[in-house]
Design a protein around this ligand. Structure first.
Ligand SMILES: NC(=O)c1ccc[n+]([C@@H]2O[C@H](COP(=O)([O-])OP(=O)(O)OC[C@H]3O[C@@H](n4cnc5c(N)ncnc54)[C@H](OP(=O)(O)O)[C@@H]3O)[C@@H](O)[C@H]2O)c1
Length: 263
């Protein structure tokens, strides 16, 4: 099998960094994309030294209008052929709708939705669809459930789910595997670690480490799994969501909301 080259967005931190380590461990070459001055070169040097693979870094703000186009132009100029695209970069939040300003939501939608759509569109130009290629879109369990304080974030992840499932149908006659990753909470940064540490019971059981999620996701996309939901507790919650009637879910959410609001 030809050596794979994977492009990972948001590779400097969190889940993206775990993807880079997991892919390098599987012998793949890498194209790492992240914001300027986010330490990408440091990570790239570490990977080259420890895994002896080729690593190409692109420092780019994915919310810029031409960023997707610039990335594929750069790949062409450097004759880098990518066969696995991982749309990972994303911006989350846990706040009431009116607590964030317009600039925040614009950035969140540009990063979570627009950059994923445009990179996917240009990737399909970049590859030969009759050869084996892969796309992994990072969604979230937040895209499955209605969660207060995740209004726009959850909606962007629902978009990613719908978009990915539609493309799976459209690309079914080709050799392009496209997978949706729907993780629950991941311990990717200190503030999430603190928040996740305070959880109890089932909620705590849904939290996973980024390395565990990255490993499950890469195995899943290479096997052509349509939706990858890492963790038993998370798969159970999705199943439960399918069988609980809508009115009961609303009662549960309203009760939770009351508890949060303390009324
Ligand atoms: N963490 C969770 O609990 C969780 C749960 C479900 C799904 N997810 C999804 O998993 C993905 C990764 O989440 P994470 O927690 O690992 O996030 P993270 O730790 O905040 O990392 C995000 C990455 O994206 C990069 N990035 C941010 N804005 C960018 C921009 N405008 N242009 C280019 N790169 C940009 C960041 O670069 P810098 O280092 O320079 O900021 C960083 O490398 C996201 O799509 C998220 O929605 C996360």
């Amino acid at each position: 099998m030809e050596k794979l080259t994977a492009l990972v967005t948001g590779a400097s931190e969190g889940l993206g960094k775990s993807f880079a380590l997991e892919l390098a461990g599987r012998g793949m070459d890498l194209v790492l994309v992240s914001l300027p001055n986010s330490g990408l070169n440091h990570l790239a040097n570490y990977l080259r030294l420890n895994f002896n693979n080729k690593v190409f870094c692109i420092e780019k703000d994915l919310t810029e209008a031409n960023s997707a186009y610039d990335i594929f132009k750069m790949l062409e100029e450097h004759k880098v052929k990518v066969n696995l695209l991982i749309n990972n970069a994303g911006l989350g939040n846990w706040s009431w709708f009116e607590e964030k300003n317009i600039a925040f939501y614009k950035t969140q939608i540009d990063l979570n939705i627009t950059s994923t759509v445009l990179l996917t569109r240009l990737f399909l130009n970049h590859i030969n669809k009759n050869e084996q290629n892969y796309i992994l879109n990072v969604g979230s369990l937040g895209g499955h459930f209605i969660v207060p304080k995740k209004q726009v974030y959850g909606a962007t992840k629902s978009f990613i789910g719908y978009f990915t499932k539609c493309l799976q149908l459209e690309l079914s006659g080709t050799k392009v595997n496209i997978s949706l990753l729907s993780p629950g909470g991941i311990n990717t940064k200190p503030e999430l670690l603190v928040l996740n540490h305070s959880l109890k019971g089932m909620a705590k059981a849904t939290i996973l480490e980024p390395e565990v999620v990255a490993k499950a996701a890469i195995s899943g996309v290479l096997k052509g799994q349509k939706e990858i939901i890492p963790g038993l507790a998370n798969r159970f919650l999705v199943l439960l969501d399918k069988i609980i009637p809508g009115f009961l879910k609303e009662i549960i959410i309203r009760r939770k909301l009351k508890a949060i609001l303390n009324v």
